[in-house]
Design a protein around this ligand. Structure first.
Ligand SMILES: [Mg+2]
Length: 166
């Protein structure tokens, strides 16, 4: 079975759009890195997760991937705070009890925490995909709608089943 790592923010839940909306309401300039970092370190993740939409039926899509029995599935997510880590784990443990959650401190690349070689990463951030490919991993960019950029793209997580159907 192949190792399959799935990102959280911008792939499972639309926390990126939600937090940008919230920062806009609070008058935080998203170009101000320090203020944005402070916001992410202090935001109430329990409330944020409750109020944020799933992207393209992500939880059911991951259930389909697990049911295919082709992958060892992990959620691989960057975190800015212990509160963020705890609330993401609680949410995922409830929705996807069969899946392992790997939390990575924001300051460290995902490839420093897990072995990318030969493993698949689905992530919405091109920077993470490129780092993954450098470590000989297979990177797939998650997009809400097809963008046709230079990276392989999917809009629904279960598409990965057919991509590796051999
Ligand atoms: Mg992401």
């Amino acid at each position: 079975m192949k190792q399959l790592y799935i990102d959280f923010d911008g792939v499972i839940l639309d926390t990126i759009s939600k937090t940008y909306e919230e920062m806009d309401k609070l008058g935080i300039d998203i170009k101000d890195e320090k203020k944005v970092m402070d916001y992410y370190c202090n935001v109430d993740w329990k409330k944020l997760i409750e109020e944020t939409e799933e992207i393209n039926d992500s939880i059911n899509e991951i259930k389909k991937i697990c049911a295919s029995k082709k992958f060892n599935v992990y959620i691989l997510t960057h975190v800015n705070s212990i509160n963020e880590m705890i609330e993401k784990i609680k949410y995922l443990h409830k929705k996807l009890p069969q899946v392992t959650v790997v939390s990575v401190p924001k300051e460290i690349p995902k490839t420093d925490v897990v072995n990318a070689s030969g493993a698949i990463l689905i992530d919405d951030y091109s920077g993470n995909i490129k780092q993954w490919q450098k470590k000989l991993g297979i990177g797939i960019k998650f997009v809400k709608e097809l963008e046709n950029k230079d990276l392989p793209e999917i809009t629904h997580l279960s598409e990965v089943i057919d991509l590796f159907n051999q």
